[in-house]
Design a protein around this ligand. Sequence first.
Ligand code: MRU
Length: 345
Amino acid sequence: MSFLNGATVGFDTKNNKAVFVDQTLLPNEYREVSTDSFTQMYDAIKTLKVRGAPAIGVFAAISLAVLMNNSTAEMYDVLINELSEFSRELCACRPTAVNLKWATEKMLAAAQNSNAQNFKRNLTECALQIMEDDITVCRKIGEYGAEILKDSRSFLTHCNAGRLAAVKYGTALAPVYVMHEQGKDIHVFCDETRPLLQGARLTSYELTSAGIDTTVICDNTASYVMKKGLVDAVLVGCDRVALNGDAANKIGTSGVAISAKHYGIPFYVCMPFSTFDPNIPNGDLITVERRDGNEISEMWYKKPMIPTAAKTLNPAFDVTDNSLITAYITEKGVFKPKELKNICR
Ligand code: MRU
């Protein structure tokens, strides 16, 4: 029996559990996991069982509500200290995606506006609201995107910024879902996205499940299909966008943007405003998460596939220069890089 019913994360308020789809098992196995254990929540975010910037933000908010509902503390000061400590630890495990910080700060603000009596109820309501808002925001991105892309049919995307990376719809794939609903004949190239294969495993899984024509390509095939004229537009998500529009997203995104510029193909970053970080003036100041080298050398292979003497370098993200970005498709409309500052004001 599915609790999530098509969503990626959820809040089982009856049993006080955070629920998530274990994405490390996809596409071969679909498993929903229910938990109220901090260790399991932390591990889920750290090991990418739950991943994608909006999804980890929502999941962190739900996790905090579940953890605090189980707290035995009665004094307001103790409750807020426990909440702050859980928030700090969850935020530290994925430093690039600003949604994590955004969501935990919203939970802390809800706590600050509470007292010992309504603390738990307010946090539960705040987490449910963050989850509902994510669905509404992604749907809006889909609608604005479908409008601006109405003459495009073939897309290329990198990593997974679809429904598995949010609660429903996703960001970069939201316009694709809306156009598919409108009966348009859409095709999507998914970059496989080394080293963790979010494109090959996850994007192709969710698109084919929705009946959308999907082709998986090796990352190094992206410029080939662009040169052949097979791509009308590139759609990607983001993990943190600086004030000047520089956008951190899965490693390899910047190379895709450079190729798109070369071939005159529009490059859109789909961005909920929860991913916009006006406190960071430009992308050089975005902290890029470094992950374990075994994701490159061993994870997908029966035997290690590089010599033990060789080193690895495994940054999880890169930053695409704002000059390579055609526009940001957001829940408030579609904006050029220079317009972001004004929206923020
Ligand atoms: O390391 P991941 O899989 O969490 O990285 C995810 C991405 O880079 C996504 O493109 C990004 O979070 C946008 S999700 C709508």
